[in-house]
Design a protein around this ligand. Structure first.
Ligand code: 15L
Length: 266
C-alpha cells in the first residue's frame, strides 16, 4: 500500500478525498489548521506550506502527494504569494529532496478562465488565468513541469472545475466534477505507470463541457457523473442569480468579472 500525503486536508475537497481514499492508501494528512472532523487513527501533521522546513517534515517517507493545500479562491496578492506561490514551490522542492515519486497537483479551471464559453479547449492551450488565484495555478503547473522534466517526478495537474455532490448553477453544469470521478483522476496520477507530466481537466461526463478531456480518457478515465441528470435543480438555482455580462461570457465566471476593467479608457 502506498504512503500518500494529502495537503489541504481540512478543506472541502480534502475532507471528501480523505473519506474516499482511506482504504486505498495509507494516508498522512496535513493542513495549516487541524481539521475539525479529524477521525481517530488519522495521521495528521500540521504545516505552513510557506515554511520549507515544515514541508520537509510532512513529506518524509511519502510515496505520493495529493497537493490540495493553499488558498482556494481569489485573494490579496500577499496571501496568494505565500500560500500558493511560495507554498507550491516548497511542496515540489521538498518532494524532490525526499525522493517522493509522484505529485498530483490540484490546479484549477481558473488557470484558463478567460477562454470564452463558446470555445472548447484542450489541455495544451495557452494559459489564460482569470485572477491572482488563477495565476498561482498556472505557476503551479509550470513548477510541476519543471520538476518532472528536470528531476523525474511523475506529475499530474488536475484543472479542477467544481467538486460537489451535484452541479449548483448553469456554469457548473459544464465544469462539475463528481467526487468519485475526482478519485479516478487522482488514482491515475498516483498509480498509472506511464505518467511523466500530464494535465487533465477535472470534470465529469457533462454534456455541456467546455473541455476536451481526451488526454485523461487516454489514461483510462471513465467519468460516471453526468451533470445533465441534475439540470432542473441547477437551472432553478441559476434563475435566482443575477446576470453577469462579463462572467457569463467566460469560463471562469465571476472570477473574470471580479475587478474587471479591461474596457477602461487609457
Ligand atoms: C476553484 O478553483 C475553487 O477552488 C472553488 O472554490 C470554486 O470556486 C471553483 O473553482 C469554481 O470555479 O467553481
Amino acid at each position: 500500500m502506498q504512503n500518500i500525503l494529502i495537503t489541504g486536508a481540512a478543506g472541502d475537497v480534502g475532507r471528501r478525498l480523505r473519506r474516499l481514499l482511506k482504504d486505498v492508501y495509507r494516508l498522512r494528512i496535513s493542513d495549516i489548521r487541524t481539521p475539525g472532523d479529524l477521525a481517530p487513527g488519522e495521521e495528521f501533521v500540521a504545516a505552513d506550506l510557506a515554511d520549507l522546513a515544515q514541508v520537509e517534515k510532512i513529506v518524509a517517507g511519502i510515496d505520493g502527494i495529493v497537493h490540495l493545500g493553499g488558498y482556494s479562491v481569489e485573494g490579496p496578492w500577499e496571501t496568494i504569494l505565500q500560500s500558493n506561490i511560495v507554498g507550491c514551490y516548497n511542496l515540489f522542492e521538498a518532494a524532490y529532496r525526499a525522493n517522493v515519486k509522484r505529485v498530483v497537483f490540484a490546479s484549477s479551471n481558473h488557470a484558463v478562465g478567460f477562454y470564452p464559453r463558446a470555445q472548447k479547449i484542450r489541455t495544451d492551450v495557452t494559459l489564460r488565468p482569470d485572477s491572482r488565484y488563477g495565476i498561482s495555478k498556472a505557476f503551479g503547473e509550470s513548477v510541476g513541469a519543471f520538476y518532472a522534466d528536470k528531476h523525474g517526478l511523475r506529475v499530474t495537474c488536475l484543472r479542477i472545475g467544481n467538486v460537489n455532490d451535484a452541479p449548483i448553477d448553469a456554469r457548473r453544469m459544464s465544469i462539475w466534477l463528481a467526487p468519485e470521478d475526482l478519485v479516478q483522476l487522482v488514482r491515475i496520477g498516483l498509480e498509472h505507470p506511464d505518467i511523466r507530466f500530464e494535465i487533465f481537466y477535472g470534470c465529469s461526463d457533462n454534456e455541456a463541457a467546455w473541455w476536451d478531456n481526451s488526454n485523461a480518457r487516454r489514461y483510462g478515465y471513465r467519468p460516471t457523473g453526468k451533470a445533465e441528470e441534475h439540470r432542473a435543480q441547477a437551472m432553478e438555482a441559476q434563475s435566482r442569480i443575477p446576470p453577469d455580462p462579463v462572467g457569463d461570457r467566460y469560463q471562469g465566471g465571476a472570477f473574470c468579472s471580479d475587478e474587471y476593467d479591461a474596457n477602461r479608457k487609457t
